[in-house]
Design a protein around this ligand. Structure first.
Ligand SMILES: [Zn+2]
Length: 363
């Protein structure tokens, strides 16, 4: 019995020795140094918080926001603070406690530091996989995460984004779309090129030039947010192209339901204005004005840049209120590829009849 006890004790001692060795090894492996302890013991306070645009004034829709935080390390340990501000919208549904990008700042013990974080106009919240846009309206910084702890110890910071002529457009991009076209500078530049290439407006015998395109003619500014995804026409959702697009938008943007109308900026669409989907398929394009959706493909028989881009602005012009201008011919809303200016120099010509029905329906 005694022997047994001794053996047991020996085993216990041995296992204590082994476990403490393993413990040391574990500490070595995870680098369990004083740094971790300091993060736990360092205490940070937010003493100031403001949100402006990059010029330090009230932000307008479409601008990059600058969040300015003053953080104080109230402990005796110098340390890093990993900061994630959380923002909520008073206007858009499901825009609640959206996590902005993470930044890391070293703050010496007892010191105060000013921190600037630039965000927007689009946000991707990694923690939820959802995409948002800073549309017009009231927002507030609901809390700030500091080293993974929610800090709510400050007044909720309300800020406003003023309206502007910016239109915030998520674009569901089938990678096969660009592959078909002769364009090497990426989808964003392609889209910007399409909406800012010269157009002319025909009115009773005279032409007015808009060197900066549809955007200039309509006094709007498209800001695109491309998301590479599947070919929208392969989506399993039953119905037409727009139905497939609104279902795909729900999945890609993380909306609570399918992308929604009616005409104008809908508060259920995470701050975005209208939806665009690009497909490699040869069908031209479609627009569904009542839900602010356009789906543009190509024409396999004419893959020129001119033809592909006129399809894009034609569909968006529907969303801005223009119907087809038949029986007229050779203007953007009625066979624009037949105009002499298009054939000779690739210029898109709008007829005043179309322009008169178009307006910026988004805010
Ligand atoms: Zn049309």
């Amino acid at each position: 019995m005694k022997n047994l006890k001794n053996t047991k004790r020996l085993y216990q001692r041995r296992s204590i020795l082994i476990s403490s060795l393993l413990g040391c090894l574990f500490i070595l492996i995870i680098g369990c140094s004083s740094k971790e302890d300091n993060i736990a013991s360092a205490k940070f306070d937010i003493t100031e918080l403001s949100v402006t645009n990059l010029n330090g004034t009230t932000p307008k829709k479409g601008e990059t926001l600058k969040i300015q935080l003053t953080i104080k390390n109230t402990s005796g340990n110098s340390n890093e603070a990993t900061i994630i501000p959380l923002v909520s919208s008073s206007r858009f549904s499901d825009f609640k406690d959206v996590k902005l990008k993470k930044t890391v700042h070293f703050v010496p013990a007892g010191e105060t530091k000013k921190i600037f974080i630039e965000v927007g106009p689009f946000i991707f919240d990694e923690s939820t996989g959802k995409h948002f846009a800073f549309g017009r309206g009231e927002y507030y910084i609901s809390s700030v995460m500091i080293n993974e702890k929610i800090e709510k110890d400050f007044l909720e910071k309300v800020f406003n984004i003023e309206s502007s002529n910016a239109i915030l457009v998520p674009v569901l991009v089938d990678p096969g779309y660009l592959k078909k076209l002769v364009w090497r500078n990426g989808i964003k530049a392609y889209l910007e090129n399409a909406f800012t290439r010269k157009v002319e407006l025909y009115d009773n015998g005279t032409y007015t030039e808009y060197p900066n395109g549809l955007d200039e003619m309509m006094d709007i500014k498209h800001i695109f947010y491309p998301i590479e995804t599947q070919n929208v026409l392969d989506h399993s959702q039953e119905g037409g192209k727009c139905e497939k697009a609104i279902a795909l938008a729900k999945e890609e943007l993380g909306l609570l339901s399918d992308w929604k109308g009616p005409v104008g900026t809908n508060t259920a669409n995470h701050g975005f204005d209208y939806l665009m989907a690009l497909s490699r398929d040869s069908f031209g394009g479609v627009a569904c004005g009542w839900i602010n959706v356009q789906v543009t493909g190509v024409f396999d028989f004419d893959l020129s840049l001119e033809r592909s881009q006129i399809l894009l602005i034609h569909e968006t012009s529907h969303l801005l209120g223009a119907p087809h201008c038949d029986p007229l011919q050779s203007y953007v809303m009625c066979a624009g590829e037949k105009h002499k200016k298009y054939i000779d120099e690739g210029t898109y010509v709008y007829n005043i009849a179309s322009k008169n029905q178009m307006s910026n329906r988004f805010d």
